[in-house]
Design a protein around this ligand. Structure first.
Ligand code: ADP
Length: 398
């Protein structure tokens, strides 16, 4: 059978098709600028020595039009990977917010869709787009089972003292204000890979998902014990354009003393802060080049970014009662040797010693960057959220 994975954003759809049970990716792609006359589709077909890539530019008024075009590519010659759409048995959807009701992958029915809709208030940028993706997929793949895999689900194992804020209780009981955590699929995937590499399911792991969004998680026995994102994906680490942790009084000050409207505060915190706010650029490759040229803003930004991560490594080593491996993943974690070096600097007292040479080398797959004397391992584990979603869908059985 085949499993089709959809990650539907506000104006984009990321997708990947797997042949199951051999977990073989058949094709993947990205639809961008949905709603535009000049929408684009990048469609990659695997199978030969090197993947073949097709680029299309076309008007796509909505998600339905985008997905219909993708479906046409799946079956069209040349490069079609399916004879017929009925070969897709399962469609797996990444859904950002599952609240505190969904703790695992869930077959989608009317009640599940109602719950995803109820959570719009908590994830206004993501859940509406995710639901559109589900509703369009129901039309396009009417015979397939639709499954939701939630970004929050993996973190539902946090103890209450980790997920509650010290706010008046009714704000939790009546309004759901608590830590939810995000990037769960990625943390779960890389933690499982790391535990398998160590040969110890009970290994104490800190997983660092460092992409455009960044989060840390403390993981043991396939359970998340704490994570740095909170009620929303704004909390915790410094990110490409998001602040991470902040004294909440700053928000009040922006509004009361500096005259910001609430929407402007949200824009500043989500879109104009983080590495972008500190340097004017949000891609670590550009900031790395500026730092190498001696730019003081880029130097500060790298130091601040790494310092915040180090604070979480310290905190989560305490949460876990020790540390067996520190795991780097996502665009920055997998590629930026300088970030890894700054994070691991002077961490010998936690048993972390980086092999500087291995850290500089680029290689695919899981990499062990620990020096021989390092008590805890330092690993790079490439994330694969689509594969993890597919595995969770398949794990639901027939
Ligand atoms: P997302 O969180 O959107 O899934 P990714 O995991 O793809 O993001 O990470 C994207 C980020 O990874 C980019 O903004 C860029 O800063 C960073 N990145 C990608 N490649 C490199 C590289 N070679 N060196 C440093 N940073 C990189």
């Amino acid at each position: 059978m085949n499993i089709f994975i959809i990650n539907s954003g506000s104006s984009s759809i990321k997708y990947q098709l797997f042949a199951w049970p051999n977990e073989q990716p058949l094709c993947s792609g990205l639809v961008e600028r949905i709603g535009d006359e000049q929408a684009t589709i990048t469609h990659r077909v695997f199978g030969g020595e090197t993947p073949t890539e097709q680029h299309l530019t076309l008007p796509l008024p909505d998600h339905a039009a985008g997905l219909r075009e993708v479906v046409r590519l799946l079956t069209a010659a040349p490069g079609g990977v399916l004879q017929d759409l009925s070969e897709v048995a399962v469609v797996g959807h990444r859904v950002v917010h599952g609240g505190d009701r969904f703790t695992a992958a869930t077959v989608i029915d009317a009640a599940v869709k109602a719950e995803i809709r109820r959570l719009f208030a908590l994830a206004p940028l993501h859940n509406p787009a995710n639901l559109v993706g589900i509703e369009v997929a129901e039309q396009v793949f009417p015979a397939a089972r639709q499954v939701a895999v939630f970004d929050t689900a993996f973190h539902q194992t946090l103890p209450d003292y980790a997920f509650r804020y010290a706010l008046p209780t009714p704000l939790y009981t009546e309004h759901g204000i608590r830590k939810y955590g995000f990037h769960g699929t990625s943390h779960q995937y890389v933690a499982a890979q790391a535990a398998a590499y160590l040969g110890r399911p009970e290994a104490r792991l800190i997983t660092l998902h460092l992409g455009n969004g960044c989060s840390a998680a403390a993981v043991r026995d396939d359970k998340s014990l704490d994570t740095s994102m909170g009620f929303s994906p704004l909390a915790g680490l410094v990110m490409g354009t998001r602040t991470g942790d902040l004294d909440p009084t700053i928000l009040l000050h922006l509004q009361d003393a500096l005259g910001y409207a609430p929407a402007d505060v949200a824009t500043v915190l989500n879109k104009q802060s983080g590495m972008l706010g500190l340097t004017g650029a949000n891609d670590m490759r550009d900031i790395g080049v500026a730092r190498a040229a001696g730019d003081p803003a880029a130097t500060l930004a790298y130091n601040l970014y790494a310092y915040r991560i180090r604070q979480y490594v310290g905190a989560y080593t305490a949460v876990l009662g020790g540390l067996d491996a520190l795991v780097f993943t996502a665009g920055v974690g997998e590629n930026d040797a300088l970030v890894r070096q700054l994070v691991c600097q002077d961490m010998g007292f936690f048993g972390l010693v980086l092999n500087e040479q291995l850290n500089q080398q680029r290689q695919p797959g899981l990499r062990d960057l620990s020096a021989p004397e390092s008590r805890a391992k330092i690993l790079v584990v490439p994330t694969n959220e689509e594969l993890e979603i597919a595995r969770q869908c398949a794990g639901l059985g027939g």
